[in-house]
Ligand binder design. Structure first.
Ligand code: SAM
Ligand code: SF4
Length: 506
């Protein structure tokens, strides 16, 4: 396969690909009596009804969150209106307690890998939209994917990627499977051990069940699709009718199809700024409850990107629903409390200050060393992103080493653990472990082992100096929490890791 560039999208030449993609029966079979699970009028009514609540009820709701129970829509609605500074302070404190109870002081890092910017859709906020005639279109070849992965796994030190795809016949499911296989095949010699990508998550358009089964078979981690906006009218305004993405319900049931296909780690999200932020949080909550009710599995992750400026994207700037920093912090706090077991992702779209605040509110995953230009990790051209008119502008360009150092000085251990999906701790099983707090037993140990690997293989002197006391404290903390036999096993793995063995996990 070779890489190819051309100024405009050639999607119109493949109308049959577009025509056959949406399978009506893979929407209708999940619906109840012709209705979907986002009842717009009911959500508005709940928001209105819960706008004024007494502090006693808010405190009771916070106790429920602390018991790691998913909140009801009425309870979420009540939290969305809290503006008393004292109660807000209590909510933030509880949000962090919930995060610590479920995920302790671990933060997961990853990098996005943009595979191509060809897209048949025309989302009015995205630089990849087919009507952006300024974008230089290209799709990574197998060799280029290998080169990107060599940098990410061999130089920067990532273990997790999220592979991001436009919706286009050139990046259809066969391309996805091949690209994921290529990523997993790369193994680079580094300082002590070797670098490789151990978990590829996928952010791609909604797919039919048979294609999702192929993604499951190639061994993806989480499958992410953001609904963008749960509000049907706002959705129609941003996603022109007649495009694939214009079909709200095909997208709304993406996760149902993924779960049916056996992918039991699913990630939901909303693009904040397209409609009222309180409505969107309610939409996420209804989505989480629907998945729990139907599949006994809630979302593994929730994402809450804010609309960023993008080239030739008329809806990327002024929508009238812009979300301020304070509102975003409120959103993060409420999601943490409402879906307590979910991982929460905030990306380098946001600036470092906001990302720091988000960590104190219960964030669990963040990216670093991020590049969103196609082929940008291995490109020698620092202006590639600007020249190619990429998807949007980044707010945080710090390296993985810098982010890990800062997290260590804040008392957080960066976990590169990818054991969960490889030894069956996914879906319903991981939900039970997360809710009971037992997941930490495995993850803490794996966090220590993978952090040891990273300090030895990639850390700068300054990051190593910040990381060593942290890992020492973690070992002591672990000693008090597990049986002597389990601690002995951990220390055996720890010594073997320090001697250069890699990828030992519980
Ligand atoms: N094409 C697939 C889709 O739309 O689902 C996946 C790739 S798309 C690039 C991934 C996500 O980028 C979208 O779901 C959307 O939320 C986000 N995005 C697009 N334009 C954005 C913008 N201007 N600012 C922030 N996020 C944006
Ligand atoms: Fe295409 Fe996704 Fe961008 Fe929409 S958001 S134009 S579907 S890449």
């Amino acid at each position: 396969m070779t890489s190819e560039t051309q100024p405009t999208c050639n999607c119109d030449s493949k109308p049959s690909w577009i025509k056959d993609r949406i399978r009506p029966d893979e929407i209708s079979r999940y619906m109840d009596g012709g209705a979907d699970f986002i009842p717009d009028a009911e959500i508005h009514e709940k928001l209105k009804r819960n706008a004024v609540t007494d502090p006693g009820r808010i405190r009771a709701i916070l106790d429920k969150s602390l018991a790691i129970e998913t909140l009801s829509p009425d309870e979420t609605a009540a939290l969305l209106w809290v503006n008393d500074p004292e109660l807000l302070g209590l909510m933030r404190q509880r949000a962090l307690e919930v995060k610590k109870k479920v995920y302790d002081n671990r933060i997961v890092t990853f990098a996005p890998l943009y595979m191509g910017n060809r897209c048949v859709n025309n989302c009015l906020y995205c630089g990849f939209r087919r009507d952006n005639k300024d974008a230089i279109r290209r799709v990574l070849s197998t060799d280029e994917i290998r080169q990107e992965t060599q940098i990410l796994a061999g130089k920067i030190g990532h273990k997790r990627l999220i592979a991001v795809y436009g919706e286009h016949p050139e990046t259809g499911v066969d391309y996805m499977v091949n690209s994921i296989r290529t990523i997993y095949s790369v193994r680079e010699k580094v300082r002590v051990g070797w670098g490789n990508i151990r978990r590829v998550n996928v952010n791609a358009a909604p797919m039919p069940v048979d294609e999702l089964k192929l993604l499951k078979d190639v061994g993806i981690g989480t499958y992410q699709v953001f609904q963008e906006t749960y509000h049907k009218e706002a959705y129609a305004k941003a996603h022109p009718a007649g495009t694939l993405k214009g079909d709200y319900r095909w997208r709304l049931y993406s996760m149902h199809r993924a779960l049916e296909a056996g992918i039991d780690d699913v990630g939901i999200g909303a693009l904040f700024g397209l409609y009222d932020w309180r409505f969107e949080v309610m939409g996420l909550q209804y989505h989480a409850l629907e998945l729990e009710k139907r599949f006994n599995v809630g979302p593994h992750t929730v994402s809450f990107p804010r609309l960023e400026p993008a080239s030739n994207a008329p809806m990327a700037d002024k929508t009238g629903y812009e979300v301020s920093d304070d509102e975003l912090k409120h959103i993060i706090t409420v999601i943490r409390l409402s879906i307590p077991h979910a991982g929460m992702i905030l990306t380098a779209r946001e600036n470092p200050d906001l990302r720091r605040d988000a960590i104190r509110l219960g964030l669990t995953q963040t990216d670093a060393s991020t590049q969103i230009g196609i082929g940008a990790y291995s490109s020698a051209d620092p202006d590639l992103q600007e020249k190619e008119k990429q998807q949007f502008i980044l707010g945080d360009t710090r390296s993985l080493d810098e982010v890990i150092r800062e997290l260590a000085t804040m008392g957080y251990i960066t976990s590169f653990c990818t054991a969960g999906y490889r030894c069956g701790r996914t879906g319903e099983c991981i939900m039970d472990l997360l809710k009971s707090g037992a997941e930490g037993k495995f993850c803490k140990l794996n966090a220590v082992l993978t952090f040891r690997e990273w300090l030895d293989d990639f850390a700068s002197d300054a990051t190593r100096a910040a990381g060593e006391p942290l890992i020492e404290r973690e070992l002591q903390d672990t000693r008090n929490k597990i049986t002597p036999a389990a601690f002995d096993k951990l220390m055996e793995y720890y010594r073997r890791t320090a001697a250069g063995e890699r990828d030992l996990y519980f």
